[in-house]
Write a protein that binds this ligand. Structure first.
Ligand code: FNR
Length: 363
């Protein structure tokens, strides 16, 4: 049953990508253009560090799949793309492996095809500490993701209906495993309150996993005979909103959910993300056009992110957080209601781009 579900998820996620990849709240974030802010491309480094983790690039392939023959092939191809481009890669949920260890190869292939890369194992929040460590060991993983997905489980016909055990279990896992623990949402977003709780539970990183891309309420609803949970489609906070909400909540954050292009990557980094994850968009490229196309897409994104940073005057991903940003529309309304002052984002370069250049000083 699990392997059928994994195949369904891939099919329905790609179908969603084939629909209109529309606007989302990243469109309500724009950089103030400073015409003299540009620097020299060789001065730009994409390297990022957070929670003791060092990545050469701030872009990663986020959790998707494994557990069936077909999804094992997808993991193989994603891992080849990760190896070729140097981006970190996360496994899909490894529950299928705990239920049936004979599918181990469909996950292990991620490490086999990507022996030196940064690999993240992925489990749910009910996994025992022993299973969490087994997941890490199977992949020789560099970090562990725990996904939290109450909205998905609610719509999933065979989903969990009890969530109260997640909090203590996350704390136990975070205390026990020997790699950094990242808790991630799957496209409904982590609120500020959730991030504060995760910090208290001893988790090292929050992956905000917001709305705006793959919608798992829609996917699971597509697996229900009656499709009767249509009203939950679009549930949750966008990734841009989550980034604004989580500022100063005490954890380094990763941004994923609805990242469509290199400008969205730059926007997310400028809103404070230490790294930016993509799932559905990369899956679509792989399924439609194959591994060479995915490798080309990721390489182009990294190239164009470097170009944007050169234009914006950011030598590192962290320096993008000094760029002036305008927050518009419904995202601005969200900020108002959540007590987030948007004006500070519009003026935060402190005149760096003009004045410090004139005086020759650096940031
Ligand atoms: C996912 N996602 C996911 N997340 C997770 O933590 N464990 C998992 O097993 C899966 N499985 C999965 C399958 C497929 C086919 C897709 C497309 C996605 C969620 C994923 O990591 C991410 O949070 C969301 O897809 C939102 O990002 P995008 O797709 O909008 O870039």
């Amino acid at each position: 049953m699990i392997s059928q579900r994994k195949d369904d998820h891939v099919r329905l996620a790609v179908e969603q990508q084939h629909g209109h990849v529309g606007r989302n709240q990243f469109d309500e974030v724009s950089f103030v253009h400073h015409a003299l802010a540009g620097i020299d491309r060789p001065d730009v480094s994409l390297a990022t560090t957070f929670a003791g983790i060092a990545w050469q690039v701030p872009l990663y392939i986020n959790a998707m799949t494994g557990g069936s023959t077909k999804t094992g092939e997808i993991n193989r191809d994603l891992a080849i793309a990760a190896q070729e481009t140097g981006v970190p890669i996360a496994s899909g949920s490894m529950s299928a492996y705990f239920k049936d260890p004979s599918c181990a190869d469909t996950f292990r292939v991620i490490r086999e095809k990507n022996p030196d890369g940064f690999v993240l194992a992925n489990i749910n929040a009910t996994a025992s500490v022993e299973k969490a460590q087994r997941a890490v060991d199977l992949l020789q993983a560099n970090a562990l993701q725990i996904h939290i997905n109450t909205a998905q489980e609610t719509v999933m016909p065979e989903g969990d209906r009890s969530f109260s055990a997640w909090v203590p279990q996350i704390e136990r896992i975070a205390a026990a495993v020997d790699v950094p623990v990242i808790v991630k949402e799957v496209g409904f977003g982590l609120s500020r309150e959730s991030v504060l709780m995760l910090a208290n539970l001893g988790v090292q990183v929050a992956d905000l996993g917001g709305r705006g891309g793959t919608d798992f309420a829609r996917i699971e609803n597509g697996r229900r005979a009656l499709g009767d949970y249509a009203f939950l489609e679009g549930w949750g906070q966008s990734t841009a909103a989550c980034l604004l909400d989580a500022q100063g909540a005490g954890l380094p954050v990763l941004a994923s959910g609805g990242v469509r292009n290199p400008l969205d990557v730059a926007r997310a980094l400028a809103l404070g993300a230490s790294g930016v994850g993509v799932s559905g968009g990369f899956l679509r490229t792989l399924m439609d056009d194959g591994v060479p196309a995915l490798i080309a897409q990721i390489s182009t994104w990294l190239d164009q992110l470097t170009a944007l940073m050169t234009m914006l005057g950011a030598r590192t991903p962290a320096e993008l957080t000094h760029c002036d940003l305008l927050i518009h529309g419904s995202l601005r309304d969200f900020c108002t209601d959540r007590g987030i002052e948007t004006g500070q984002y519009a003026r935060r370069s402190g005149g760096f781009n003009t004045l410090t250049r004139m005086t020759g000083s650096t940031r």
